[in-house]
Design a protein around this ligand. Structure first.
Ligand SMILES: Nc1ncnc2c1ncn2[C@@H]1O[C@H](COP(=O)(O)OP(=O)(O)OP(=O)(O)O)[C@@H](O)[C@H]1O
Length: 467
């Protein structure tokens, strides 16, 4: 069972490692929010990165709640990459939820419910709890076994110490079981949560570092705690409002958090939770942490969703909403009206707009270089130059896709370094958009339901780059 779990985790890590944006580790800005040329996996796009950095600063200072940001630009100019960079720079405590606008249309729940769930995934609640713990180094665990098996419950004594004191505690059957489960023995440093009786092994005491039985790769050595054995500790739990909703929703229960099958959550449940959280805030037990909700392809939302967004942004707990689109002036979904980016003007007016610019040849070369490193592909300089040229003539995405394909072609001919011939091979195997369109124009009569008339095509669709 343990082995099985291990291999599952490894597989997931692998998928994550070579994802489209896995090379992005931040926005690549210095302390004065100036973008470094190449840093944290980010290349070029300096003004957009700088603007994103300023917004990030405002988020950290809590000065932008209820507002939204639009990242607009041509396809493949790094809009999603910048949003990922923002997410990575926010740190683990600030929730970041990411959806593509088309995900909210499903048969399982209404679109506004799906949007509401995404909103609440991006609102964190930091709950503080004071609890009593007994923390110290175990001197001895003594268990009295009953004379006749099963005659009476087991009892025992636990002796623990800190650098300043020693104490003996009586053990009941439940505590003996918990200590047994954690395999606690003398020399271990442990913490016992008094209200629940939960035992946590913190490590082995340094004083036992010479014991032969303690030498294993996983053994962590810690100092013997000082002060009192019994202490009050503040524990902070960070959860999202969505997690609290799901756990409290009677129809679903907490298991839905793992399956993702949350269904619709009733408005009354949310109201009760909001009231409870407000009470905790007043009592100083909880704090709200507005996170970031990123909605990619925002033009896919319809007019109802846009009006929901407008209203939801007014809520005092609203997260910062970052939306992205590659559309120009286009129809607002659900209406016959056209608007910039397909977003209604009243919502557009609320947005801080960041634009991304097309990449230069130099930038494309550097991004491809980073992707080669990320995908563990060794490529000859000449081949890199050719791939960059392809990236300029077609698109950055197409060139990025060719990296893995070319590495496979190289592997097939038992080479170690990707050369020009590998790039040429895959370039001829897989069409880019321009060549695919051109092919369609040439052979459209042979396809079903073809509607394009001759001459509709992209004039410079012909691409004789490699011939
Ligand atoms: N400035 C950059 N630095 C490093 N990598 C980048 C940069 N810009 C884009 N990329 C990478 O290029 C690829 C395409 O970029 P991305 O998906 O962010 O584009 P997009 O603007 O969101 O495109 P679309 O409009 O089609 O959704 C991704 O793999 C991304 O990580």
């Amino acid at each position: 069972m343990a082995d099985l779990k291990l291999s599952e985790t490894r597989d997931l890590t692998r998928i994550e490692r070579i994802g489209a944006h896995s090379h992005i580790r931040g926005l690549g800005l210095d302390s004065a929010l100036e973008p470094r040329a190449v840093s944290e996996g980010m290349v070029g796009q300096t003004s957009a990165r700088k603007a994103a950095g300023v917004i990030l600063q405002m988020i950290k200072e809590g000065r932008i709640a209820g507002r939204a940001v639009l990242i607009a630009g041509q396809p493949g100019t790094g809009k999603t990459a910048i949003a990922m960079g923002m997410a990575k720079s926010l740190g683990l405590e600030t929730p970041f939820a990411m959806i593509s606008a088309s995900e909210i249309f499903s048969l399982e729940m209404s679109k506004t419910e799906a949007l509401m769930q995404s909103f609440r995934k991006a609102i964190g609640v930091r709950i503080k709890e004071e609890t009593e713990v007994i923390e110290g180094e175990v001197v001895e665990v003594q268990i009295d076994r009953p004379a006749v098996a099963g005659a009476a419950l087991k009892t025992g004594k636990l002796t623990m110490k800190t650098t300043e004191m020693e104490g003996v505690y009586d053990l009941g059957a439940k505590m003996i079981e918990s200590l047994g489960k954690e395999k606690v023995q003398s020399g271990d440093v442990i913490a016992i949560d008094k209200p629940s009786g939960k035992v946590t092994k913190l490590g082995r005491s340094f004083s036992r570092s010479r014991d032969y039985d303690a030498i294993g790769p996983q053994v962590r050595f810690v100092q013997c705690p000082d002060g009192e054995l019994q202490k009050r500790k503040e524990i902070v739990h960070c959860v999202t409002l969505h997690e609290i909703d799901v756990i409290n929703s009677r129809t679903q229960g907490f298991l839905a958090l793992f399956t993702g099958d949350t269904g619709e959550i009733r408005a009354e449940v949310r109201e009760q939770i909001d009231t409870k959280v407000a009470e905790w805030r007043e009592e100083g037990k909880a704090e709200i942490v507005p996170g970031v909700l990123f909605i990619d392809e925002v033009h896919m939302l319809d007019i109802e969703c846009f009006s929901f967004l407008n209203r939801a942004l007014e809520n005092e707990m609203a997260p910062i909403v970052v939306v992205a689109t590659n559309r120009g002036i286009t129809t607002i979904r659900g209406t016959n009206y056209k608007s910039p980016h397909g977003i209604p003007i009243d919502l557009l007016d609320r947005l801080l707009i960041i634009t991304t610019q097309p990449y230069t040849k130099d930038d494309i070369g550097k991004i491809l270089d980073i992707r080669c490193q990320e995908e563990d592909v060794e490529m000859a300089e000449e081949a890199k130059a050719l791939l960059t040229h392809i990236g300029v003539e077609t698109s950055l995405r197409y060139a990025i896709h060719l990296i893995t394909a070319a590495a496979l072609a190289c592997q097939k001919r038992k080479g170690k370094v990707v050369e020009n011939e590998d790039i040429t091979r895959v370039y001829n195997l897989f069409l880019d958009v321009k060549r695919s369109t051109q092919y369609l124009m040439e052979y459209q009569e042979q396809y079903m339901f073809s509607e394009a008339s001759i001459g509709d095509g992209d004039e410079d669709g012909t691409n004789a780059m490699l011939s």
